[in-house]
Each structure stands twice: as C-alpha cells, then as structure tokens.
Design a binder for this molecule. Structure first.
Ligand code: PGA
Length: 258
C-alpha cells in the first residue's frame, strides 16, 4: 500500500485504530432481489477466494436482509441495517428495532446518516438514543457525522463534527464513527487527503480510544487506496460503489492484503 504524505497531528499517535479495516457497503434504497443476489454472490466469492484482510459489511434495505443472511451464511461478510428505532418494540408503525435487526442476522447498524438527518429530521439526540439501543441489542452502531459545504467553506467543519460527536455518540465503547462530508456524498467531489487526515485526527481526539473511524463520501476503486492509507482511517463507508461488484471488491482489495 502506498505511503501517504499527509501531516498527522501528534496527538493521534495515542489513538488505537481497529485491527482490520472495515469496508462497509451502504446500499441505501437500491436493490431488487435478482440483482442483489448477483451482487452478494460476486462479493462473497471474491472475499472467500482472496487473502484480503478487511472486514466486509453489507447494509442492504430491510427487505433484503433475510436474503443477504441466506447468501452470506458461512462467509465472513457481516450484515447491517441502515437505521433502527430507539425503542425495542411497541406501537411505532414503520419502524424496525435493533433487536429485530439482530434477529434477522445483522451485526451492525448505520445511524445518523446525513440522508436520515436531511429527509427524516434526525437529530444528534435521536441518533444517540438509537445507538444506545443498538448497543443494548448487541449491534455495533456506525454513527455518521459530517459537515455541509457551507460549514467547510466557512472554516467551521471541525466545530460541527465535534458538536455532532459530543451529542450523538453513545456512552462508552462499542460504536464506530463514519466521517462523511455531506457535500462529498453521491457526488464526484472528494475531500482532499489532508482534510480527511485532519478531520480524522480531530475525531480521534474526541472519541474514546479504540473507536474506529471510517471515511465516507464518493469512495471508489480509483481513490480507495489513497484514502485507506491515511493514518487513523479505519475503513470506508461506501455508497454508490458498493452496488457494483467489481468496484466494491477493488475497494476491499485496497484495504490491504494479509
Ligand atoms: P457515496 O455514499 O459513496 O455514494 O458517496 C456514501 C454514503 O452515503 O454512505
């Protein structure tokens, strides 16, 4: 893997990164049964026949979780949900609880994604209670944070992300953070490697030691190696590119070989 010439804040050296990089595919609201079967088959075949050391996670829409559980049974690929309720059960039409995700075969759940914040009015406080409930159910919450373009341009990106982390992270250990600049999601724009390294250092200063920090926002085969080589980047949350088997497998490969 290429060495990155990015300046790392010295306080990062005490950070304890995850042992293996986590490559997580966020399918969002995409996927019909037949195309999803083909995608899962290709990724599973690649992961089981290769010697790549990354931990691989797919987060399909709720309806495809049982299909993923069937297809991925016996593989090392984990499954995650894209949201969960803060309640375990009750009269909450349309919601899915963390224990239901767990029962369906999930090990992770993405929480506080900027699309949930934007289209469903999710606040940091809501994200924190969902994350707490995920931990109680035995799921690993992936808590998403990130600044808007306006915040980046006005120099308040670190302030925004710090405030989100302080309000949204659950108590103690067990969560993973995904830093996703809102303006880099689903676009052709990617943050500079130096900006990712700086924000990563900022996040590691806030979170407890051992919390992994992923980067997300237009990660693809062509930039994955550079991004994943940044010190303290513990993996990637991949949207669009996780729907194409060749792209997703190339990102897994970029995470390093054993
Ligand atoms: P993208 O999405 O890779 O398509 O930018 C990332 C995400 O939304 O998690």
């Amino acid at each position: 893997m290429r060495e990155q010439v990015v300046k790392v804040n010295i306080s990062m050296l005490s950070a304890c990164p995850m042992q293996r990089k986590l490559i997580a595919g966020n399918w969002k609201m995409f996927g019909r049964r037949s195309e999803s079967e083909a995608l899962l088959k290709s990724v599973a075949a690649f992961v089981s026949s290769s010697r790549y050391s990354a931990e691989v996670l797919v987060c399909p829409p709720f309806t495809l979780i049982p299909l993923a559980a069937d297809f991925l049974h016996g593989t090392s690929i984990a499954i995650g949900g894209q949201d969960c309720s803060h309640k375990d059960e009750g009269a909450f039409t349309g919601d899915i609880s963390s224990s239901m995700l767990k029962e369906a075969g999930c090990a992770y759940v993405i929480l506080g994604h900027s699309e949930r914040r934007q289209y469903h009015g999710e606040t940091d406080q809501m994200v924190r209670s969902k994350a707490q409930s995920a931990l109680e159910a035995g799921l690993i919450p992936i808590v998403c944070v990130g600044e808007t373009l306006k915040e980046r341009e006005s120099g308040t990106a670190e302030k925004t992300v710090t405030a989100q982390l302080q309000a949204a992270l659950p108590q103690g250990n067990g969560a993973v953070v995904a830093y996703e600049p809102v303006w880099a999601i689903g676009t052709v724009k990617t943050t500079s490697l130096q900006d990712i390294a700086d924000m990563n250092a900022c996040i590691h200063r806030i979170v407890v030691s051992g919390v992994g920090v992923l980067y997300g926002g237009s990660v693809k085969a062509s930039n994955a190696e550079d991004i994943l080589a940044i010190y303290g980047v513990d993996g990637a949350l991949v949207g669009g590119a996780s729907l194409k088997a060749d792209e997703f497998c190339a990102i897994i490969a970029a995470a390093g070989s054993v």
